[in-house]
Design a protein around this ligand. Structure first.
Ligand SMILES: NC(=O)c1ccc[n+]([C@@H]2O[C@H](COP(=O)([O-])OP(=O)(O)OC[C@H]3O[C@@H](n4cnc5c(N)ncnc54)[C@H](O)[C@@H]3O)[C@@H](O)[C@H]2O)c1
Length: 326
């Protein structure tokens, strides 16, 4: 059985990953500073004999020095600098990764499994996105690209360390993962906010014209992909998209209507307000985001099991329970 260190363990992906690894009898060392994650996400794990949790900040240089693992899954991150988070995103994401890489140098043989994002493909119009596709970002004056840029820089840094110091890695590019333990604000994605707004009886706010598309991935499928990236020898020193089938592409407007139907039924329609992009200042959106998952299917035998509606029903059930409990 392996010892896995997870940074960002109290977040959405981290808490689900820790649970799955513990179920497979691995040992998990989890670290989080609760800047975005919630203690409730790991409350059911805390007593597990193979789980150790440490509240600490990965931007501090000595946070990782006392832990040894076979693999470090680096999930802790700043995300979505839509309004004002650009500086923090650039600074903290690079500082955290440098500390993680130092840890890998000091513990030779520890493999780094890094959470990157589909946002790195930016506004490349050539879909679906394969791991070899061009990464096409907009101008540096648009804050939202700071997130993608921080992940591209991270990917390059990891690959350079592998090539110069032989540090093993796997890079994962997630496409819109959703499910239980997701953050219920915009931090958790549009599906989280739409569910929350419907439960609270609020108008659904859609950015732009709502015809931009995304491809969402239910968390159990994301976790299946991560576990293959951790353990499969074929994943060594490779980059993989972790996503649903490209046929799951949906417009944000259709997503809002589908979630409404799943919660409220067919008799009524949601009250929708379109928010122009200009409201966010100098902003650019991605018009279509569609993955190719051929590489991870071929090399790691990955197979997504959840269609959007099925995953949303499970997510709505979880979020409704949380809403009623608060
Ligand atoms: N959820 C998605 O759909 C998605 C899509 C693309 C990429 N990603 C990437 O996957 C990773 C996990 O995403 P998530 O959705 O679980 O995010 P999340 O915000 O729910 O989890 C990240 C966790 O990291 C913790 N953290 C942040 N800064 C920290 C620090 N300095 N020290 C210690 N802990 C810190 C937060 O408290 C949080 O619990 C991130 O790297 C993110 O960029 C996620």
């Amino acid at each position: 059985m392996a010892v896995i260190i997870i940074t960002g363990v109290a977040g959405f992906v981290g808490s689900n990953l820790a649970k799955a690894l513990l179920q497979q009898n691995h040992t998990v060392i989890g670290i989080d500073n609760f800047s975005y994650g919630a203690p409730t996400n790991i409350a059911n794990l805390i007593e597990h004999k193979n789980f150790s949790f440490f509240e600490a900040d990965i931007t501090h240089t000595d946070t990782l020095k006392n832990y040894n693992g076979d693999v470090i899954v680096h999930l802790a991150s700043q995300k979505i600098p839509r309004y004002s988070n650009a500086l923090r995103t650039l600074d903290e994401n690079s500082i955290m990764l440098k500390n993680v890489l130092t840890h890998c140098h000091q513990n030779k043989g520890t493999k780094l499994v890094f959470a990157s994002t589909s946002d790195v493909y930016g506004k490349n119009p050539l879909i679906p996105y394969a791991e070899t596709s061009d990464l096409l970002l907009g101008p540096t004056t648009v804050k939202r690209w700071a997130y993608a840029l921080s992940k591209i820089y991270s990917e390059q840094l990891i690959i350079a360390h592998q090539s110069e110091y032989d540090l093993p890695y796997t890079i994962m590019r997630f496409f819109g993962s959703y499910g239980p333990n997701q953050n219920t604000t915009w931090w958790g994605g549009p599906q989280a906010v739409f569910i929350q707004n419907i439960l609270e009886g609020k108008t659904l706010e859609i950015h732009g014209d709502g015809l931009q598309t995304r491809t969402f991935t239910y968390i159990d499928d994301t976790i299946q992909g991560i576990i293959k990236c951790i353990f499969e020898p074929a994943a060594h020193n490779e980059i993989f998209n972790i996503a649903s089938e490209p046929t799951e592409e949906v417009t944000i407007k259709d997503l809002a209507f589908l979630i409404w139907k799943l919660i409220k039924g067919n008799q009524t329609e949601p009250d929708i307000k379109l928010i122009p992009y200009q409201t966010f200042g100098n902003y650019e959106d991605v018009r279509r985001r569609v993955p190719s998952i051929e590489k991870i299917k071929d090399m790691l035998n990955f197979k997504p099991n959840y269609r959007l509606e099925e995953g949303l029903l499970k997510t709505i059930a979880w979020q409704t329970q949380l809403f009623k409990a608060n």
